[in-house]
Design a protein around this ligand. Structure first.
Ligand code: ZN
Length: 179
């Protein structure tokens, strides 16, 4: 999985436009404690989004991207904040689950295959409705706390890219806010 800034060439998913490389969030409003009355504080955090290429190699596959995301976090120098991961595809997903025993990833794929068969009462002409449904079941973004410069994941947790209609050239966006 090669790290790159920008959008990889090659076969793309049914994606829409990509967000810009950065944007401003905020304002965040906080209220003061006892006696002070409500006060509005404006905090503007600059987010620099970077793109990680994630090539996939089979129709369905869970790929552990924990280290790729951790590398992006390390480059920012942020020690306390939030790390966001976004995936701009419609037939893949993101999830967090155990990455100690590889059978867990295998069982997740097997369970999703039982829940959402490849063929069924589908109308989508492209023939990959199962992949679209699995994508929505998994979701398209993750948010992980950053504490002491590290992803505050549980001992057994890892970040997974979930391919449901591969192989394809995929990518995820990683953005870190904090200080
Ligand atoms: Zn489709």
């Amino acid at each position: 999985m090669k790290l790159q800034r920008g959008i990889p060439h090659g076969r793309e998913d049914e994606t829409g436009r990509l967000p810009g490389s950065s944007f401003l969030t905020g304002p965040d409003h906080e209220t003061e404690g006892l006696g002070g009355g409500p006060q509005s504080l404006t905090q503007v955090s600059h987010v620099q989004w970077t793109t990680i290429a994630v090539p996939t190699h089979s129709r369905t596959q869970l790929i552990d991207i924990t280290n790729l995301v951790a590398d992006e976090l390390a480059k920012t120098g942020v020690t306390n904040g939030t790390c966001s991961v976004y995936m701009p595809h419609t037939t893949a997903g993101l999830t967090i689950n155990e990455n100690a025993d590889p059978d867990v990833a295998r069982d997740i794929l097997a369970g999703l295959a039982r829940l959402v068969p490849v063929t069924g009462d589908y109308r989508h002409a492209e023939g990959n409705s199962d992949a679209h449904i699995k994508a929505s079941l998994m979701g398209f973004s993750l948010r992980v706390p950053v504490i002491d410069g590290r992803l505050a994941l549980g001992t057994w947790q890892g970040l997974y890219f979930c391919e449901f209609d591969g192989p394809r050239h995929r990518h995820v966006l990683v953005g870190v806010t904090g200080e």
